[in-house]
Design a protein around this ligand. Structure first.
Ligand SMILES: [Zn+2]
Ligand SMILES: [Zn+2]
Length: 189
């Protein structure tokens, strides 16, 4: 889950203008998901899309544990393979999905999301606090950049490259749980 403090630290590192920083409420209670979503609404309003993406790609949940180990082991095992071959093999790691290589060299990951509401068949991001929200709701898809940050972290380790979040293609957050979390990453080398 992206915490307000972590977002603040990232924004400081990225030298976001002080006047904008002053308009953000970083001290609010993180246990209330609405405090995070209202901060993200402000980011959408005050920052460029590119700034929002570069802040959110630094968030991301579940960076430790088994997935971390699996991705680092994958990196060693496939170190000599070309990038496209490694990318195709990513689906062999549990929960890393099946990335799709695009013609322009970027690649796209589709994550079905977390089933939120057994009876509704709706999905949402698997971020801790978002899971608690009751359907129906609509919040900024920028929040979905936290999911993207999760994949960015693990994919960088597994593939041995630097990545950049280029686009949040779709999200369950603003589509009434109908669309998956879908992101496109650029390979920086
Ligand atoms: Zn998250
Ligand atoms: Zn998401």
């Amino acid at each position: 889950m992206p915490t307000l403090k972590k977002i603040r630290d990232t924004m400081k590192k990225q030298k976001i203008n002080g006047e904008i920083m002053e308009q953000m409420d970083f001290e609010a209670d993180c246990n209330n998901p609405h405090n995070i979503t209202s901060l993200i609404d402000k980011m959408d309003k005050l920052l460029t899309k590119e700034q929002c993406l570069s802040i959110m790609e630094k968030q991301g949940c579940c960076k430790g544990g088994q997935r971390d180990k699996d991705c680092k082991a994958f990196a060693l095992e496939h170190i000599d393979k070309p990038f496209s071959e490694k990318l195709a093999l990513m689906s062999s790691i549990q929960y890393m999905m099946s990335p799709c290589l695009n013609d322009d060299g970027t690649f796209t990951i589709t994550f079905g999301g977390y089933q939120n509401g057994v009876h509704t068949g709706k999905t949402t991001c698997s971020c801790g606090s978002i899971k608690k929200l009751k359907q129906p709701f609509s919040i900024s898809p920028t929040y979905c950049g936290c999911c993207a940050g999760h994949f960015l972290y693990h994919y960088q380790n597994a593939l041995g490259v630097k990545l950049k979040l280029k686009e949040i293609n779709s999200s369950p957050l603003n589509t009434n749980g109908e669309k998956p979390c879908k992101f496109t990453f650029e390979v920086l080398g």
